[in-house]
Write a protein that binds this ligand. Sequence first.
Ligand SMILES: [Zn+2]
Length: 288
Amino acid sequence: MYLVSAKEMLQEAERGRYAVGHFNLNNMESVRAFLLAAQETHTPIILGVSGGTAKYMGGYRTITDMVQDFMHYLDINVPVALHVDHGKYEEALAAIEQGFSSVMFDGSSYPIEENIAKTKEVVRLAHAKGISVEAEVGGIGGEEDGKISMGECADPAQCEQMASLGIDFLAAGIGNIHGKYPADWKGLNFSLLGEIKRRTGDMPLVLHGGSCIPDDQIRKAISLGVGKINVNTECQMAFTEAVRKYIEEGRDLTSKGFAPRALLAGGLDATKAMCIKKMTLFGCLGKA
Ligand SMILES: [Zn+2]
């Protein structure tokens, strides 16, 4: 099966009141872990690629080919979307050229007029090829230079304006942040989420920073219209914890325990298990 746009899977999620998981790729092991998790549980999945991952893994074309070839090799027949995460304008255009099936253009650092103009152009180029588009209004907070900022809250009027541009799904800050959440985090702003949903109709909404948010808040966000949830940090932590355990147990010092495939095998399994755990929470398990 070939890569698909994320539009249909998210429209189905919106109608069915569940959310599809977006899981960030970081290395080859994560490609394998997420594809196997989706296939074994008959679940649609979105694979996210940040600018940093694109540089590390050889650029968009390399990643497209790797994911597509893995899908053939592993006999994957559930819907898989390959999606740019927080793409700069040039990154979104490059990914559209290089085989991605979905792109996020994050113009939140521009004045709203420029964000809108550039989003329109990304929509035009992406839709001509059947590629889905995510746009963002308002920034998503997170850790920068060791300081964790509180999540920003999007302006509902700007969300309505952005949703009217023909995009396929919309990321809007409701107090969510990337990375680990600080102890004094105030939680998601559900009244704001309700207001954004009221103004954007059946547009699937995206929750970034989906790691480490309490389960009850995730379920409530889904019930209020969130149809896509991005997870990265928790999968990375699961991977690294398993590799650390392997080394702490001294297994790298036994027989052929130094082999990189053996070293990383536990990390791959832990990533896959975390992915399935999140799919279960999001309600998308078995929806392929
Ligand atoms: Zn994000």
